[in-house]
Design a protein around this ligand. Sequence first.
Ligand SMILES: Nc1ncnc2c1ncn2[C@@H]1O[C@H](COP(=O)(O)OP(=O)(O)OP(=O)(O)O)[C@@H](O)[C@H]1O
Ligand SMILES: [Mg+2]
Length: 259
Amino acid sequence: MTEVLAGGASNYGKVLRVGETVRRPLRPHSPAVHRLLRHLEDVGFVGAPRFLGVVDGHEVLTFVDGEVLLPPLPSWAFDSSLLASVARLVRAFHDACASFPVLADDGWDQRTPARWSGSVLCHGDLVRSNVVLRDRRPVALIDFDLVAPASRVWEIACALRHWVPLRGEGPEGAAAAPFVTGERLRAFCDAYGLPAAERPDVLDAVLDAEDLQLRLLRQWVAAGHEEYRRIWEAGAPDRIAARVHWVTEHRALLLAAMT
Ligand SMILES: Nc1ncnc2c1ncn2[C@@H]1O[C@H](COP(=O)(O)OP(=O)(O)OP(=O)(O)O)[C@@H](O)[C@H]1O
Ligand SMILES: [Mg+2]
């Protein structure tokens, strides 16, 4: 049985399920990602697919049974318990990576802004479609193409944009009060265990992440990537602008709730 898996954008139409395995196109730094996946297996971290080998220019990974959240979101996508369990999985991933030997020539993705550089090996792409859920709980992170050393604040900010989320939206399209969003930011930081001293930086990192996303989208569209063109035309720049506006407008309240 071979099936094209939906959910992603960068490898749109190119991620295949073959039986109980997944095949994804290789990237220049895939060998480093494969070393990392082997490391995660060795240290007993179960929240990632296993690396099985390389076939025809593709990495072969275990298929993780479950689902990813795609729009339209069910109301339980906004449960605080889901948010907290995603934060705990991200923390467990960072902790499991701490003993991984990063090498000078690993060639990790380079897109992290210099301000948010650091030594925590980060997933780098914690969108909803890169977290597999089972029974409404996250069981695995997938898609390690953007792994890179960075600061944990950067990783958390990138995850918060999608998982809180940060445009003042709530279940079933209703608006969420800034107070509620502030509580959700805090819940994520608490469950992750982000020290209070680092929390004031999180919203700056969110705004930098929005800026980066807009610039990258523009580049990909200009380079002729069809799926990103569709995402662009479906209003991605407006959604980014709305998040920037909303976070900037409610910044003081959000910060107070988080710290
Ligand atoms: N190992 C796996 N186990 C289960 N499902 C998977 C696995 N890998 C990928 N998928 C499914 O396939 C979808 C697309 O895969 P993937 O995230 O690798 O694509 P992508 O185009 O590289 O994504 P992105 O746009 O985030 O870079 C995921 O959202 C998920 O539904
Ligand atoms: Mg993906």
